[in-house]
Design a protein around this ligand. Structure first.
Ligand SMILES: [Cu+2]
Length: 87
């Protein structure tokens, strides 16, 4: 599983935008969102983390991958939220 912190993902519209972007990149991917934590966990098919990150960036968001080492510490390098895309 590949996890990203996406601080500018703030509402259901963002979730659906990111879902579409990721599915366009990898049709077999499964996504689980935690909106409150601005986090998405992706069970990828053939795409790797770089592909998924690029797809989310193309959708207009700023994903920061959370790896095992970072997870316990929290994502210290995540960029500041830019606000919702759909406001
Ligand atoms: Cu939104």
């Amino acid at each position: 599983m590949i996890s990203f912190q996406v601080n500018d993902m703030t509402c259901g519209h963002c979730v659906s935008t990111i879902t579409k972007a990721v599915k366009a990149e990898d049709a077999t991917a499964t996504l689980r969102f935690d909106l409150a934590a601005h986090r998405v966990d992706i069970e990828a098919g053939q795409a790797d983390a770089a592909d998924l990150s690029e797809a989310i960036k193309q959708a207009g968001y700023a994903p920061v991958q959370i790896d095992g080492a970072n997870a316990s510490n929290g994502p210290g390098t995540a960029p500041a939220p830019k606000g919702c895309c759909c406001g």
